[in-house]
Design a protein around this ligand. Structure first.
Ligand SMILES: [Zn+2]
Length: 330
């Protein structure tokens, strides 16, 4: 369908004073969300593509009207060509589509004169290219203006909490200590300062996923199910939203041969019949090392011994639990 020039501009969300570059940019932006492959509406996509073709001279408008004036925004086109080249390289590397590297061709305005199909290919490439953090933001006057517009539309959103397990070894269980924990969290995009510029590494989200080392002080006596909370170490918010918290789910090591009940430990020890009858000394392994247990003469099967302070440190309390031994005379 042939459309009027004015209608074409409006379809792309532009005024009639828009430059050729702005037309191309607007089309790319819309195509990214409206392409049927991206879940867009087919008819609507066809409409903006037709408008794009009119404004770039690929098909004739209903009424003769001046084409958009060329402008000096060469740098942005070069940047986009660079973008396309990287995307093409990426596709070639991954074997999705072995296409010739467009970098071999002189760049400038040439790549954007491709057929609309090629534009779509580069739109796919844009999505892929978001994972390669080599594309710098180019904050210019236009970017600043646009980000101001965007800021007005972006709704503030609080960052969510981040939750991650943390295994606690014997040393940390008995004495506590510091640990550097590797945590994945969303932070404000450093390239665009959270403005969400389209060509930024954050893909316009304003946040990027990072892996950070966070220093954690783990108290002694960690229990299964215990958690530590680090305020404002979760995901950062959007547009001034609050930062979430980081929760560490502690997963303490088990103590070989013993059942844990809070800070207390319970276990069974086999005692030879002769030693039980006559009495004697036994070496008992505990989390703290080996201790000596004096077995009195006449010890019977089923008797229980208490080893004070040989259990685990009390979680967020003072002192240690006990170690209880059940005697099994064999
Ligand atoms: Zn960014």
């Amino acid at each position: 369908m042939v459309q009027t020039q004015t209608h074409c501009y409006h379809l792309l969300g532009l005024s009639e004073s828009a430059t050729l570059t702005e037309v191309k940019r607007a089309y790319r932006r819309l195509a990214r969300t409206m392409h049927p492959d991206a879940g867009g509406d087919h008819a609507r996509f066809a409409e903006i593509t037709a408008a794009y073709n009119v404004l770039t001279g690929r098909s004739a408008p209903a009424k003769a009207a001046p084409r958009p004036r060329p402008d000096e925004d060469f740098d942005r086109d070069a940047a986009f060509a660079d973008f396309r080249r990287r995307a093409a390289n990426f596709r070639t590397r991954t074997g999705t589509a072995a296409q010739p590297d467009s970098a071999a061709q002189p760049e400038g305005d040439a790549p954007v004169e491709d057929a609309p199909q090629a534009e779509h290919a580069s739109v796919d490439g844009l999505e892929t290219a978001q994972v390669t953090p080599e594309v710098p933001c180019r904050p210019g006057l236009w970017a600043r203006l646009r980000s101001r517009l965007r800021r007005a539309r972006v709704r503030a959103m609080d960052g969510t909490d981040v939750r991650t397990p943390l295994s606690v070894d014997l040393e940390m269980l008995l004495r506590g200590g510091e640990r550097l924990v590797s945590v994945e969290r969303l932070i404000t995009c450093p390239s665009c300062a959270g403005q969400g510029s389209e060509l930024c590494v954050c893909g316009g989200q304003g946040r990027v996923l990072t892996r950070e080392k966070v220093k954690v002080v783990v108290p002694a006596g960690a229990r299964p199910g215990a958690q530590l909370r680090l305020r404002r170490k979760g995901n950062e918010g959007v547009a001034g939203g609050a930062t979430g918290d980081l929760y560490l789910d502690l997963q303490p090591i088990e103590i070989d041969g013993y059942l844990r009940e809070g800070a207390d430990l319970r276990g069974t020890r086999e005692v030879p019949t002769t030693l039980a009858r006559q009495g004697g000394a036994l070496a008992i392994p505990t989390p703290w090392g080996s201790v000596r247990l004096d077995v009195p003469p006449g010890t019977r099967d089923g008797m229980r011994f208490r080893l004070p302070g040989q259990g685990l440190p009390r979680w967020q309390g003072a002192g240690r639990g006990e170690l209880y031994l059940l005697v099994a005379v064999r």
